[in-house]
Structure formats: C-alpha cells, structure tokens
Design a binder for this molecule. Sequence first.
Ligand code: ZN
Length: 332
Amino acid sequence: MRKAICGAVFLLAAAGALAQPKATPTPDHHERKAEDVFRLQPLSGGVYALYGRGGNVGFFVGPDAVIVVDSQFKDIAPGIVEQIKSVSDKPIRYLINTHHHGDHTGGNEVFRQFAVIIAQDNVRKRMLASPADILQYYPGYLEEAKKKGDAEDVQFLENALAWAKMVKVEEIAAPVVTFDSELRIHAGGETIGIWHTPPAHTDGDSVVYFEKANVLHMGDLFFHRIIPFVDAKHGGSVTGYLTAIDGVIARVPANVVIIPGHGEVTDLAGLRAFRAFIADVLAAAKAARAAGQSKDQFLAGVSLPAYKDYDGYPDRFKETCGVAYDEVAAAP
Ligand SMILES: [Zn+2]
C-alpha cells in the first residue's frame, strides 16, 4: 500500500491536483516546514543546487537567461522562483524535467507561465496518462485502504479519484518540447546536455550535464545515501539502474560535481557508493532466487546492514528488494 500511495503522490502532484501533497514516506526533506524549506548551494560556473521539499532543483544563471532543472511541488514553486530571483534578475527561460514524478514536476504549473518546459518523450506521455492511471489502479487501492481502516489513505485516494474523473488532460502542465534520446541547450557560453538513459527509476529518466561548469544533475537516477524508489509500474528497473549509471559515469570527467535527485550534492565516489547499493540488492535477490526462496521468504530475511543508516531504510528497503526479486524472477 505504501507503494501505491507513493505513486499516488507522484502522479497527483504532477498534475497539480493537490495544494498540499501528502508527503512521500521519505526522504525527510519532503516534510520540512515552510520557514526552513529552502537551502541554496552555489556550485561552479553559475550553477546552483537548491534543496527544498521534493526532488533537488538545479539551475544555471547565464548572461541572458536562467535555466532550471525540476520544479518540486506546485505550492512551493513560487518560493523556488523567489530563490532564483535572489541571485539573478534574468528571465527563467527553460525548465527541464528529469522525469514525470510529481515531486519533480508539480511546480510546472507555475513555471509554464514564463518558461518552456522540456523533457524526454515518456515524461509527457506519463504525465498525460496520470488520470487514466489513477482510474485504473486506485479503486483497488481504495478497497484495500478501507479494509485496513486507514482513514487518511481513504481520503487521499478518494480525492485522487475525484480529481482523475474531472481533470481535462490538456490542462496538465506537461513538457511542451520533448526529445527521444538527447538534446543540447546553448546559453551564454554554456552547453547543457540532456541525456535520456536506459530505464532505471522510470522509463523517462534524463540526466542534465552543464559542460563548462562540470556539474551533473541526475534526477532520481541517483538517491544519495537514501534508499531509492524504483517505479517498476512506470518502466523502472533495478538492473536498469546499473546500466544507466555506468553509461553516465563513462561520459563525465572524474572530477564532476553531482546534484542527486534526493540527498546532498556529491561526486563520483558518492555515485559509486549508490551503485554498490543497487548491485548488492540485486545480488541478494539473485542469491535468494538461486537458493529457491519465494519472494516472501526473501523479504522476511533480507538485510543489508551496510546501508542501515540510509534514509528510508525502514520504509523502502524491502520494497526495493521486492522489485529486484520480481525482476530476477521474470528474467529469462
Ligand atoms: Zn522520482
């Protein structure tokens, strides 16, 4: 059920249906109070990381324009704009979405008033399909929540269904410029590469590389010291995470600065540690499968003590292991 709710938040916030989206289980920074929501971190070459409530925002300040990566939630998007205005009075010209989840796209409704929103083709498709998605899956989740007597979840799911029934798809603030594999934006001497990766977190993941600044925004392809959410229902894959991360590492310099989708700004060593976590989860699932364990047996016993201090370990570790098991079991 947590997974369903997690997906629900992503979808609904993506469509801007909720003024105050219910917090996802973790990371904790989804739940910060208004007065301490934002923290701005200048990096190199006019690139900044902005921590808030939701996926980390990155932005580039050029001589003529500002280019932003991800928009968190609708209710705090005006605050994001304020933070940007505190360092530049240049117009915000483009917003890039790293993927479709609502904690990265919920602010699109605000940004679309002045910026061109850009993302990989699947991001637009997934956002426009969110009402249909909700109508398909949520009646089942609602039954489950009613059986459990979880009033908060029942309310949330009922709101979601009501929204999905009345929303007009054309009103959803989806990207208006989309691409299939790669796109480059040239601005003020900087080249910004947007690279679609193999399916990992979702099937619409992109990373954004600011060449001159040597800063990489990885969206949710990278949760730094946080247990990831792998959205298998929307094309995500645990194995795909390894392929996607390796592909990105092969393209960037060793001293690249990395903005993860969640967690603190770091470097390649931080990314490699996250890759090791994914590889360890996958290896545990493979070993369980090879030993003839059922999924339930595997989940009852699995533990990776090295990662117990990661944010979200109590809530999401076994969920991620379950996705890995399903994937291993389905592999030929
Ligand atoms: Zn995400």
